[in-house]
Design a protein around this ligand. Structure first.
Ligand code: S3P
Length: 742
């Protein structure tokens, strides 16, 4: 076929209503057929079709339309299908594709089988998920299918070339084509289209029947209008759909009626917890509708978004800012709040994708969580044994912390669960938590090499163990302590070097005793958590970008407010100070069991240093930006004992070295660290962040001392830990813009 030849010679559209008319129009407009011929038993509609230019030819009978056609589209009310098929049969060409646009697919298949005695490989049922409450050919719109989905439900023996042509036709009209089975289509549509129409018809009818209906309609505001728009749809068409998809529709009506009854009972009994749980779960689901449609629960799969940072060199950092809340504490506040007795209120919660994944996972396990609303979250705890089985896998996006801590918690639940994540998380080691959990009696399957997904078998009795951690990991420690809350006896974890202790501090805040003996933390199982209020400080890991930015950019003077100063997190300040940074710690205070301070940072001449190994776990997340500081320092900086950096969201040693090399800065990579000679010119260039949020932000900081423009690719994941980074960075003086951001 040459490119100028249309996909079909002659398309017969039987039924010139909204969908048939729009399709005919779209085929003509897009040159997808030599001739579009229409048939309709309503002669005025047919006439109008010709006059409005919707069709090329008006056929006087259905068989006239079908004769010679290589594509026949039925666009008649579902219940008229069989009669029309009878008329088509004698005239249908042997090589013609027969399709339809009806809302129920099993009834079409049944009708075809009844009339033709079977389903030929050229019968391809279809359903465009597009429409409007308007009906008739006057409403025909060639754009109706653009950016909409069309579902095809081909039989198993479908002719693939014919399927491809039909798919091409819909794509030519601007639609995206999906294929699925007839039964699945009918179930899905019963829930997503048929039930809402039924409710709209019923609601409007009920209200119209009330005595005060005039008043009700007069005062009906936006909500009523929005909700009932579809009650103006074609009654005959919908009558046919409900009768044709009877079984699937009955199932979903029963489900809905049951849930409505539950809400009725909750209102009658003043049961606020149930009402809030249902409403907040629904609100979150509605807000994340488009994300759910991409198949990823409520959390965006960031690898599908392409965000690029563009940076112009130079600038000084000034201002008075507060970066978003601490990620580690935000995760833990939701986890412990959910398991507590009572209501926990959290201020300063990080509304980043990682902690939102944790929040959503608890909603999926039946916990009512209000918010987040400007960092405020209210968690209605369900108690240690109140979680419910989630309906499907818990998708944790990019978050290693969520997956590892959940592993401990879920190993002790009575139900099975599965933990999944994005491409980066799916490559990260989980054996470090699965192995000791198994030693406690947990049953966990991982993919090859101990990678996600984690499949956790519920109903296991856990026993406390003593565990000497081979790596200094707060995630492993926290995972085991959480499992230990449910285990028989005592669970103790010894760390080879101090790691962040937010779990221990927060457990204590919730009234759970954690015993500390040197490098060992232990809990006894069987206790309970009591709700408390939590004030999450600004994340020192996010502050780190600005500590380095203001240090390396001449003429800078910046205040960072309310920064979390937990001694297990301040490695970045210790290291920068040792390099000669000018960081003042102001107004040190303790809030909710965590030290907090304001920081003033001014530019300074930095010196290269040998980074003390004991600082590595205390600055584990800050090394990417510390490498930028090292590149801007005088002399050599050497990092050792940091092999853990290779299994973070990316291999942070190699990815940083590659990024620096792309800007003309040579470094020496070692198995457990890096050697950076400062004072080399940072040139312009393009850096690949490998989807790692901290790499992307580090190179944004590097621009302050660069000689040329820097482009950083693959930056969408900055939203996992630092929503609003670009605006905040720009406000302080970094010449940054983002392309492709939502
Ligand atoms: C975290 C612990 C650290 C850190 C991560 C958050 C936590 O990981 O890198 O960003 O919240 O417990 P490891 O425990 O793997 O070192």
């Amino acid at each position: 076929m040459t490119s100028s030849e249309p996909l079909f010679k002659r398309v017969a559209v039987i039924g010139l209503g909204l969908i048939g008319g729009s399709l005919a129009c779209a085929i003509r407009r897009n040159g997808l057929a030599g001739t579009v011929v229409g048939a309709d038993h309503r002669s005025e509609e047919l006439q109008l079709g010709k006059e409005l230019g919707v069709i090329d030819q008006a056929a006087s009978t259905v068989s006239d339309a079908v004769r010679g056609a290589d594509l026949v589209v039925l666009a008649v009310p579902v219940r008229a299908t069989r009669a029309v098929l009878e008329q088509i049969r004698p005239a249908l060409e042997p090589d013609a594709i027969l399709t339809d646009v009806g809302s129920t697919k099993s009834s079409f298949v049944t009708d075809v089988e009844a009339v033709f005695g079977g389903l030929s490989p050229l019968v391809i049922p279809g359903h465009p998920i597009a429409g409007s409450e308007k009906s008739g050919i006057r409403a025909a719109n060639p754009e109706l299918f653009a950016n909409h989905k069309v579902i095809l439900t081909p039989p198993d023996n479908v002719s693939q070339p014919h399927l491809a042509r039909l798919q091409g036709l819909w794509e030519g009209c601007g639609a995206t084509v999906l294929t699925m089975s007839v039964a699945y289509h009918d179930e899905v549509l019963a829930a997503t289209s048929h039930l809402p129409h039924l409710i709209a018809f019923s609601l409007v009818d009920t209200l119209a029947g009330e005595d005060e209906n005039m008043d009700i309609f007069r005062y009906a505001a936006g909500g009523f209008r929005d909700f009932t728009r579809i009650a103006a749809s074609d009654p005959v068409m919908w009558h046919d759909i409900f009768l044709s998809n009877r079984d699937a529709v009955l199932r979903v009506i029963d489900h809905f009626t049951h849930d409505l009854e539950q809400l009725r009972t909750a209102i009658a009994n003043q049961d606020s917890a149930t009402l809030l749980r249902v409403f907040s779960r629904a609100k979150a689901a509605r807000e994340h509708f488009s994300k759910m449609l991409s198949g990823q629960a409520y959390v965006t799969n960031n690898s599908e978004k392409q965000v690029t940072f563009r940076l112009q060199p130079g600038g000084a950092i000034t201002g008075d800012i507060r970066v978003p809340g601490d990620k580690s504490m935000s995760h833990r506040s939701i986890m412990l709040g959910a398991l507590a007795d009572g209501v926990t209120e959290v201020k300063g919660f990080l509304e980043g994708e990682d902690s939102l994944a944790t929040l959503q996972a608890f909603r999926d396990m039946g916990v009512t969580i209000e918010g987040p609303d400007d960092g405020f979250v209210r968690i209605h705890g369900v108690g240690m044994h109140g979680l419910q089985a989630p309906r499907g896998p818990l998708y944790l996006g990019n978050s290693g912390t969520a997956m590892r801590l959940f592993a401990g918690l879920l190993a002790a639940q009575p139900f099975d669960s599965e933990l999944t994540g994005d491409a980066s998380l799916s490559g990260r080691p989980m054996g470090r938590v699965a192995d000791p959990l198994r030693a406690m009696g947990a049953v966990i399957d991982t993919a090859e090499g101990g990678r996600p997904p984690l499949k956790i078998r519920g109903g296991q009795k856990l026993s406390g163990i003593h565990y000497e951690m081979p790596v200094a990991s707060a995630q492993v420690k926290s995972c085991l302590l959480l499992a230990g809350l449910y285990a028989e006896g005592s669970t103790s974890v010894t760390e080879p070097a101090p790691t962040r202790d937010h779990t221990e501090r927060m457990l204590a805040g919730f009234g759970y005793h954690v015993h500390r003996d040197g490098a060992t933390a232990s809990v006894s199982g069987g206790g309970k958590l009591t709700a408390t209020n939590i004030d999450v400080p600004a994340d020192i890991s996010s502050s780190a970008f600005f500590l380095v930015a203001a240090s390396i950019a001449p003429g800078s003077d910046l205040i960072l407010r309310h920064v979390g100063m937990n001694p297990t997190r301040v490695g970045v300040i210790n290291i920068l100070n040792q390099m000669g940074a000018n960081i003042e710690i102001l107004d040190e205070r303790e809030i909710g069991g965590e030290p907090v301070a304001d920081l003033r940072v001014r530019s300074a001449e930095l010196q290269g240093i040998d980074i003390p190994e004991d600082q590595v776990p205390l600055a584990i997340d800050e090394f990417p930006v510390l490498f930028i500081a090292a590149a801007c320092a005088n002399g050599r900086t050497v990092l050792r004992g940091a092999e853990e950096l290779r299994v973070k969201e990316s291999d942070r040693i190699q990815v940083m070295a590659d990024g620096l090399a792309a800007l003309g800065v040579e470094t020496t990579v070692t198995p457990d660290g890096i050697i950076i000679d400062g004072g080399q010119t940072i040139g312009g260039g393009t850096v690949n962040s490998h989807g790692d949020h901290r790499i992307a932000m580090s190179f944004a900081v590097a621009s302050l001392r660069a000689a040329g423009d820097i482009t950083v690719n693959d930056c969408a994941n900055v939203a996992t830990s630092f929503p609003g980074f670009v605006e905040l960075a720009h406000g302080t003086g970094i010449n940054i813009s983002a392309e492709g951001a939502e």
